[in-house]
Ligand binder design. Structure first.
Ligand code: ZN
Length: 416
Protein backbone atom coordinates (compact mmCIF):
# COMPACT_ATOMS: atom_id res chain seq x y z
CA UNK A 1 0.00 0.00 0.00
CA UNK A 2 1.23 3.45 -0.77
CA UNK A 3 0.38 6.31 1.52
CA UNK A 4 -1.24 9.27 -0.12
CA UNK A 5 -0.40 12.82 0.62
CA UNK A 6 -2.50 14.35 3.33
CA UNK A 7 -4.50 17.29 2.08
CA UNK A 8 -2.41 20.42 2.02
CA UNK A 9 1.16 19.44 2.79
CA UNK A 10 2.24 15.86 2.83
CA UNK A 11 3.26 14.60 6.21
CA UNK A 12 5.14 11.37 5.93
CA UNK A 13 8.10 9.78 7.59
CA UNK A 14 10.48 7.56 5.68
CA UNK A 15 12.87 5.15 7.31
CA UNK A 16 15.02 2.31 6.04
CA UNK A 17 15.34 -1.07 7.64
CA UNK A 18 18.69 -2.61 6.73
CA UNK A 19 19.04 -6.33 7.34
CA UNK A 20 21.21 -9.22 6.23
CA UNK A 21 19.50 -11.79 4.06
CA UNK A 22 20.12 -15.38 3.05
CA UNK A 23 18.63 -16.94 -0.07
CA UNK A 24 16.76 -20.18 0.35
CA UNK A 25 18.80 -22.38 -1.93
CA UNK A 26 21.52 -21.06 -4.21
CA UNK A 27 22.72 -17.52 -4.84
CA UNK A 28 23.13 -18.17 -8.56
CA UNK A 29 20.05 -16.55 -10.06
CA UNK A 30 20.16 -13.61 -7.71
CA UNK A 31 23.82 -12.90 -8.49
CA UNK A 32 23.11 -13.25 -12.18
CA UNK A 33 20.32 -10.72 -11.77
CA UNK A 34 22.49 -8.28 -9.81
CA UNK A 35 25.30 -8.50 -12.37
CA UNK A 36 22.91 -7.94 -15.25
CA UNK A 37 21.25 -5.10 -13.42
CA UNK A 38 24.53 -3.31 -12.75
CA UNK A 39 25.99 -3.87 -16.19
CA UNK A 40 22.86 -2.55 -17.80
CA UNK A 41 22.69 0.34 -15.37
CA UNK A 42 26.21 1.32 -16.40
CA UNK A 43 25.24 1.23 -20.06
CA UNK A 44 22.22 3.42 -19.41
CA UNK A 45 24.35 5.81 -17.35
CA UNK A 46 26.84 6.05 -20.22
CA UNK A 47 24.15 6.76 -22.72
CA UNK A 48 22.47 9.45 -20.62
CA UNK A 49 25.85 10.97 -19.92
CA UNK A 50 26.66 11.23 -23.60
CA UNK A 51 23.32 12.80 -24.46
CA UNK A 52 24.17 15.69 -22.19
CA UNK A 53 20.62 16.98 -21.72
CA UNK A 54 17.96 16.61 -19.09
CA UNK A 55 15.55 13.92 -20.16
CA UNK A 56 11.90 13.75 -19.25
CA UNK A 57 10.38 10.52 -17.93
CA UNK A 58 8.66 10.07 -21.23
CA UNK A 59 11.87 10.41 -23.18
CA UNK A 60 13.69 8.04 -20.85
CA UNK A 61 10.93 5.52 -21.27
CA UNK A 62 11.09 5.79 -25.02
CA UNK A 63 14.85 5.43 -25.11
CA UNK A 64 15.28 2.49 -22.77
CA UNK A 65 12.08 0.67 -21.91
CA UNK A 66 11.86 -1.72 -24.86
CA UNK A 67 15.56 -2.51 -24.81
CA UNK A 68 15.46 -3.38 -21.13
CA UNK A 69 12.35 -5.50 -21.49
CA UNK A 70 13.97 -7.47 -24.30
CA UNK A 71 16.92 -8.37 -22.10
CA UNK A 72 14.46 -9.97 -19.70
CA UNK A 73 13.76 -7.28 -17.10
CA UNK A 74 10.28 -6.75 -15.75
CA UNK A 75 8.44 -3.52 -16.44
CA UNK A 76 9.28 -1.94 -13.10
CA UNK A 77 12.88 -3.13 -13.17
CA UNK A 78 13.22 -1.16 -16.39
CA UNK A 79 11.68 1.93 -14.84
CA UNK A 80 13.89 1.76 -11.75
CA UNK A 81 16.98 1.36 -13.90
CA UNK A 82 16.50 4.40 -16.11
CA UNK A 83 15.16 6.64 -13.36
CA UNK A 84 18.00 5.75 -11.04
CA UNK A 85 20.61 5.98 -13.80
CA UNK A 86 19.46 9.49 -14.55
CA UNK A 87 19.61 10.56 -10.92
CA UNK A 88 23.17 9.20 -10.68
CA UNK A 89 24.19 11.18 -13.75
CA UNK A 90 22.51 14.32 -12.49
CA UNK A 91 24.14 14.24 -9.11
CA UNK A 92 27.55 13.57 -10.67
CA UNK A 93 27.02 16.55 -12.98
CA UNK A 94 25.89 18.88 -10.26
CA UNK A 95 29.00 17.99 -8.24
CA UNK A 96 31.11 18.71 -11.30
CA UNK A 97 32.26 15.10 -11.24
CA UNK A 98 33.29 12.65 -13.93
CA UNK A 99 31.10 10.06 -15.54
CA UNK A 100 29.98 7.72 -12.75
CA UNK A 101 31.36 4.20 -12.68
CA UNK A 102 29.27 1.68 -10.77
CA UNK A 103 31.33 -0.81 -8.87
CA UNK A 104 28.95 -2.32 -6.35
CA UNK A 105 26.52 -5.12 -7.01
CA UNK A 106 23.35 -3.39 -6.02
CA UNK A 107 19.82 -3.08 -7.35
CA UNK A 108 16.79 -0.97 -6.49
CA UNK A 109 13.55 -2.84 -6.66
CA UNK A 110 10.10 -1.39 -6.83
CA UNK A 111 7.22 -2.61 -4.65
CA UNK A 112 5.65 -4.38 -7.65
CA UNK A 113 8.63 -6.68 -7.89
CA UNK A 114 8.82 -8.05 -4.36
CA UNK A 115 6.68 -9.50 -1.64
CA UNK A 116 7.59 -8.83 1.96
CA UNK A 117 6.23 -11.14 4.64
CA UNK A 118 7.23 -9.62 7.96
CA UNK A 119 5.49 -12.35 9.98
CA UNK A 120 7.79 -15.00 8.63
CA UNK A 121 10.65 -12.66 7.76
CA UNK A 122 10.65 -13.81 4.18
CA UNK A 123 11.24 -11.61 1.15
CA UNK A 124 10.35 -12.84 -2.32
CA UNK A 125 12.08 -11.05 -5.18
CA UNK A 126 10.97 -11.18 -8.75
CA UNK A 127 13.98 -11.37 -11.03
CA UNK A 128 14.64 -11.32 -14.76
CA UNK A 129 12.95 -13.84 -17.07
CA UNK A 130 10.32 -14.65 -14.42
CA UNK A 131 12.76 -16.14 -11.96
CA UNK A 132 11.94 -15.73 -8.30
CA UNK A 133 14.11 -15.98 -5.24
CA UNK A 134 13.09 -16.27 -1.60
CA UNK A 135 15.27 -14.62 1.00
CA UNK A 136 15.25 -15.15 4.73
CA UNK A 137 15.73 -11.84 6.53
CA UNK A 138 18.03 -12.02 9.52
CA UNK A 139 16.87 -9.44 12.02
CA UNK A 140 15.60 -9.56 15.57
CA UNK A 141 11.83 -9.28 15.86
CA UNK A 142 11.99 -6.02 17.86
CA UNK A 143 13.64 -4.19 14.99
CA UNK A 144 10.90 -5.15 12.59
CA UNK A 145 7.97 -4.73 14.95
CA UNK A 146 8.20 -0.97 14.67
CA UNK A 147 7.31 -1.06 10.97
CA UNK A 148 4.23 -3.21 11.28
CA UNK A 149 1.82 -0.39 10.45
CA UNK A 150 4.04 1.33 7.92
CA UNK A 151 3.87 0.81 4.20
CA UNK A 152 6.96 -0.07 2.18
CA UNK A 153 7.51 1.03 -1.36
CA UNK A 154 11.02 0.19 -2.48
CA UNK A 155 14.07 -1.77 -1.48
CA UNK A 156 17.73 -2.01 -2.28
CA UNK A 157 19.56 -5.33 -2.54
CA UNK A 158 23.30 -5.31 -2.21
CA UNK A 159 25.93 -8.02 -2.44
CA UNK A 160 29.20 -7.14 -0.78
CA UNK A 161 32.08 -9.23 0.56
CA UNK A 162 30.09 -12.41 0.22
CA UNK A 163 27.16 -11.02 2.19
CA UNK A 164 23.73 -10.09 1.01
CA UNK A 165 22.03 -7.00 2.46
CA UNK A 166 18.55 -5.66 1.97
CA UNK A 167 17.35 -2.16 2.84
CA UNK A 168 13.59 -1.85 2.85
CA UNK A 169 12.20 1.68 2.68
CA UNK A 170 9.20 2.19 4.89
CA UNK A 171 6.86 5.11 4.90
CA UNK A 172 4.27 6.23 7.36
CA UNK A 173 1.71 8.91 6.69
CA UNK A 174 1.05 10.94 9.76
CA UNK A 175 -2.26 12.60 10.26
CA UNK A 176 -1.95 16.11 11.60
CA UNK A 177 -3.86 16.44 14.84
CA UNK A 178 -6.21 19.35 15.34
CA UNK A 179 -4.21 21.71 17.49
CA UNK A 180 -5.39 22.78 20.92
CA UNK A 181 -2.44 24.92 21.92
CA UNK A 182 0.39 26.93 20.44
CA UNK A 183 4.00 26.45 21.42
CA UNK A 184 6.39 29.28 20.72
CA UNK A 185 10.12 28.63 20.82
CA UNK A 186 12.74 31.32 21.18
CA UNK A 187 16.34 30.33 20.65
CA UNK A 188 19.28 32.50 21.49
CA UNK A 189 22.91 31.99 22.35
CA UNK A 190 22.41 31.02 25.97
CA UNK A 191 18.84 29.80 26.25
CA UNK A 192 16.08 28.01 24.55
CA UNK A 193 12.73 29.20 25.90
CA UNK A 194 9.45 27.58 25.13
CA UNK A 195 5.97 28.75 26.06
CA UNK A 196 2.70 26.95 25.52
CA UNK A 197 -0.42 29.09 25.07
CA UNK A 198 -4.01 28.01 24.76
CA UNK A 199 -5.76 29.20 21.62
CA UNK A 200 -7.36 31.98 23.61
CA UNK A 201 -4.11 33.23 24.97
CA UNK A 202 -3.56 31.70 28.38
CA UNK A 203 0.04 30.78 29.15
CA UNK A 204 0.04 27.22 30.46
CA UNK A 205 3.67 26.12 30.27
CA UNK A 206 6.90 28.00 30.36
CA UNK A 207 10.30 26.32 30.27
CA UNK A 208 13.81 27.40 29.74
CA UNK A 209 16.74 25.24 28.76
CA UNK A 210 20.38 26.22 28.65
CA UNK A 211 21.97 25.82 25.25
CA UNK A 212 25.43 24.29 24.95
CA UNK A 213 26.79 26.96 22.66
CA UNK A 214 29.30 28.19 25.23
CA UNK A 215 30.65 24.70 25.62
CA UNK A 216 30.92 24.31 21.88
CA UNK A 217 32.57 27.68 21.63
CA UNK A 218 35.28 26.66 24.07
CA UNK A 219 36.29 23.82 21.79
CA UNK A 220 36.09 26.10 18.79
CA UNK A 221 38.42 28.56 20.49
CA UNK A 222 40.90 25.79 21.17
CA UNK A 223 40.88 24.87 17.52
CA UNK A 224 41.45 28.46 16.45
CA UNK A 225 44.26 28.84 18.94
CA UNK A 226 46.06 25.77 17.67
CA UNK A 227 45.60 26.88 14.09
CA UNK A 228 46.95 30.32 14.90
CA UNK A 229 49.98 28.95 16.69
CA UNK A 230 50.84 26.64 13.80
CA UNK A 231 49.44 28.54 10.82
CA UNK A 232 51.57 26.64 8.32
CA UNK A 233 51.96 23.22 9.79
CA UNK A 234 48.65 22.32 11.41
CA UNK A 235 47.36 20.58 8.34
CA UNK A 236 50.48 18.47 7.84
CA UNK A 237 51.72 17.54 11.28
CA UNK A 238 49.85 14.52 12.51
CA UNK A 239 49.88 15.35 16.21
CA UNK A 240 48.51 18.84 15.66
CA UNK A 241 45.87 17.66 13.23
CA UNK A 242 44.82 14.98 15.71
CA UNK A 243 44.41 17.58 18.46
CA UNK A 244 42.19 19.67 16.21
CA UNK A 245 40.17 16.66 15.21
CA UNK A 246 39.64 15.74 18.84
CA UNK A 247 38.01 19.10 19.56
CA UNK A 248 35.98 18.82 16.37
CA UNK A 249 34.72 15.41 17.45
CA UNK A 250 33.72 16.79 20.85
CA UNK A 251 31.72 19.55 19.18
CA UNK A 252 29.94 17.03 17.00
CA UNK A 253 29.18 14.67 19.84
CA UNK A 254 27.86 17.13 22.37
CA UNK A 255 25.71 18.91 19.83
CA UNK A 256 24.33 15.66 18.44
CA UNK A 257 23.48 14.55 21.94
CA UNK A 258 21.91 17.85 22.89
CA UNK A 259 19.87 18.46 19.77
CA UNK A 260 18.35 14.99 19.83
CA UNK A 261 17.45 15.23 23.49
CA UNK A 262 15.97 18.70 23.12
CA UNK A 263 14.10 17.68 19.97
CA UNK A 264 12.53 14.78 21.83
CA UNK A 265 11.73 16.83 24.89
CA UNK A 266 10.10 19.68 23.00
CA UNK A 267 8.00 17.50 20.77
CA UNK A 268 6.91 15.22 23.61
CA UNK A 269 5.62 18.28 25.37
CA UNK A 270 3.99 19.60 22.20
CA UNK A 271 2.38 16.23 21.65
CA UNK A 272 1.05 16.17 25.18
CA UNK A 273 -0.48 19.62 24.73
CA UNK A 274 -1.46 19.03 21.11
CA UNK A 275 0.44 22.11 20.01
CA UNK A 276 1.28 23.81 16.78
CA UNK A 277 4.96 24.62 17.07
CA UNK A 278 6.24 28.03 16.05
CA UNK A 279 9.86 28.16 15.04
CA UNK A 280 11.78 31.26 14.13
CA UNK A 281 12.56 31.67 10.48
CA UNK A 282 16.17 30.85 9.73
CA UNK A 283 16.59 34.15 7.92
CA UNK A 284 16.37 36.04 11.14
CA UNK A 285 18.69 33.62 12.83
CA UNK A 286 21.19 34.74 10.25
CA UNK A 287 20.55 38.34 11.15
CA UNK A 288 20.85 37.70 14.86
CA UNK A 289 24.01 35.76 14.40
CA UNK A 290 25.55 38.78 12.68
CA UNK A 291 25.85 40.45 16.02
CA UNK A 292 28.15 37.78 17.39
CA UNK A 293 31.88 37.57 16.88
CA UNK A 294 32.93 36.62 13.42
CA UNK A 295 33.55 32.95 13.94
CA UNK A 296 30.61 32.57 16.30
CA UNK A 297 28.28 33.45 13.51
CA UNK A 298 28.68 30.30 11.51
CA UNK A 299 28.76 28.14 14.59
CA UNK A 300 25.63 29.66 16.09
CA UNK A 301 23.74 29.35 12.84
CA UNK A 302 24.85 25.77 12.42
CA UNK A 303 23.69 24.97 15.93
CA UNK A 304 20.31 26.68 15.50
CA UNK A 305 19.75 24.71 12.33
CA UNK A 306 20.59 21.46 14.07
CA UNK A 307 18.11 22.18 16.86
CA UNK A 308 15.40 23.15 14.41
CA UNK A 309 15.86 20.16 12.17
CA UNK A 310 15.69 17.79 15.15
CA UNK A 311 12.50 19.44 16.35
CA UNK A 312 11.13 19.26 12.84
CA UNK A 313 11.90 15.60 12.37
CA UNK A 314 10.43 14.58 15.71
CA UNK A 315 7.38 16.77 15.17
CA UNK A 316 6.70 15.17 11.81
CA UNK A 317 6.86 11.75 13.34
CA UNK A 318 4.31 12.76 15.95
CA UNK A 319 2.01 14.41 13.43
CA UNK A 320 2.56 17.90 14.80
CA UNK A 321 2.43 20.98 12.66
CA UNK A 322 5.25 23.47 12.46
CA UNK A 323 4.91 27.05 11.39
CA UNK A 324 7.89 29.29 10.74
CA UNK A 325 7.50 32.94 11.46
CA UNK A 326 9.74 35.86 10.82
CA UNK A 327 10.57 36.91 14.35
CA UNK A 328 11.57 40.42 13.43
CA UNK A 329 10.93 42.71 16.35
CA UNK A 330 9.75 39.94 18.63
CA UNK A 331 12.36 40.67 21.25
CA UNK A 332 12.08 44.43 21.08
CA UNK A 333 8.35 45.15 20.85
CA UNK A 334 6.05 45.59 23.83
CA UNK A 335 3.53 42.73 23.76
CA UNK A 336 0.94 44.99 25.39
CA UNK A 337 1.10 48.27 23.49
CA UNK A 338 3.55 47.55 20.65
CA UNK A 339 5.95 50.33 21.63
CA UNK A 340 9.66 49.76 21.48
CA UNK A 341 11.09 48.08 24.56
CA UNK A 342 14.27 49.18 26.26
CA UNK A 343 16.79 47.20 28.30
CA UNK A 344 16.14 47.21 32.01
CA UNK A 345 18.86 45.15 33.65
CA UNK A 346 20.00 41.65 32.91
CA UNK A 347 17.82 40.07 30.21
CA UNK A 348 14.89 42.24 31.28
CA UNK A 349 13.00 44.64 29.04
CA UNK A 350 10.79 47.58 29.91
CA UNK A 351 8.17 49.57 28.06
CA UNK A 352 8.32 53.28 28.80
CA UNK A 353 4.83 53.82 27.41
CA UNK A 354 2.80 51.34 29.45
CA UNK A 355 5.34 50.26 32.10
CA UNK A 356 5.29 46.65 31.06
CA UNK A 357 8.34 44.76 32.32
CA UNK A 358 9.30 41.32 31.23
CA UNK A 359 12.01 38.77 30.62
CA UNK A 360 13.49 39.14 27.17
CA UNK A 361 13.06 35.53 26.08
CA UNK A 362 9.52 35.30 27.41
CA UNK A 363 8.60 38.52 25.62
CA UNK A 364 9.88 36.93 22.42
CA UNK A 365 7.63 33.89 22.84
CA UNK A 366 4.57 36.05 23.59
CA UNK A 367 5.22 38.10 20.47
CA UNK A 368 5.67 35.01 18.35
CA UNK A 369 2.35 33.75 19.63
CA UNK A 370 0.71 37.08 18.83
CA UNK A 371 2.16 37.07 15.34
CA UNK A 372 0.68 33.69 14.66
CA UNK A 373 -2.70 34.71 16.01
CA UNK A 374 -2.89 37.85 13.92
CA UNK A 375 -1.78 35.96 10.86
CA UNK A 376 -4.30 33.17 11.18
CA UNK A 377 -7.29 34.47 13.09
CA UNK A 378 -8.33 36.60 10.13
CA UNK A 379 -8.82 33.62 7.86
CA UNK A 380 -10.49 31.56 10.55
CA UNK A 381 -7.95 28.78 10.40
CA UNK A 382 -6.77 27.07 13.57
CA UNK A 383 -9.98 27.88 15.39
CA UNK A 384 -8.28 30.79 17.09
CA UNK A 385 -10.50 33.43 18.58
CA UNK A 386 -9.78 36.82 17.03
CA UNK A 387 -9.71 38.36 20.49
CA UNK A 388 -7.07 36.00 21.74
CA UNK A 389 -4.38 38.56 22.23
CA UNK A 390 -6.80 40.95 23.90
CA UNK A 391 -7.85 38.23 26.27
CA UNK A 392 -4.22 37.63 27.09
CA UNK A 393 -3.94 41.03 28.65
CA UNK A 394 -6.41 40.26 31.37
CA UNK A 395 -4.88 36.95 32.26
CA UNK A 396 -1.64 37.76 33.94
CA UNK A 397 0.65 37.04 31.03
CA UNK A 398 1.06 40.72 30.46
CA UNK A 399 0.68 42.25 33.83
CA UNK A 400 2.30 45.61 34.15
CA UNK A 401 4.32 44.76 37.21
CA UNK A 402 7.36 42.56 37.09
CA UNK A 403 6.21 39.57 35.15
CA UNK A 404 4.92 37.27 37.89
CA UNK A 405 3.86 34.54 35.56
CA UNK A 406 7.32 34.11 34.30
CA UNK A 407 9.08 34.43 37.61
CA UNK A 408 7.02 31.69 39.14
CA UNK A 409 6.98 29.34 36.24
CA UNK A 410 10.37 29.48 34.69
CA UNK A 411 12.65 26.72 35.74
CA UNK A 412 16.09 26.33 34.42
CA UNK A 413 16.64 22.95 32.88
CA UNK A 414 20.04 21.59 32.19
CA UNK A 415 20.36 18.89 29.62
CA UNK A 416 23.98 17.97 29.82
ZN1 ZN B 1 3.92 48.86 26.33
Amino acid sequence: MVSHPVRGEELAVVEALKVRALPEGSYDKLLEFLRMYCDVMQLVVNEIWNLNEKLSRKKLHKLFYDKLRKIGFRAHHAKEIYVYAQSIVESARSNGGKKPVLRKLTARIDKYDYKLDLDNMVLTLKLHNDYEVRLKLLAPRERVEKFRNWSNYELVVKYENGELWVSVYFKKAVKPAKPKTIMAIDLNFDNLTLAVFTLNGRLIRLKRFKTILRKILTHRIWIERIQKRYPRSWRNVKGIRKAIEKHGERIKNISWDYTHKIGDLITDLAFKHNSIIILEDLEKLRENAKKGRRFNKKLTLWFYRRVQSCVEYEAKERGLRIIRLNPRGTSSTCPRCSSKLVEDGYRTLRCNTCNFIGDRDVVATINLYKKLISKYSRCGELGVSPNASKQMQSQGVMRGNRDEAMKNHIKLYKLI
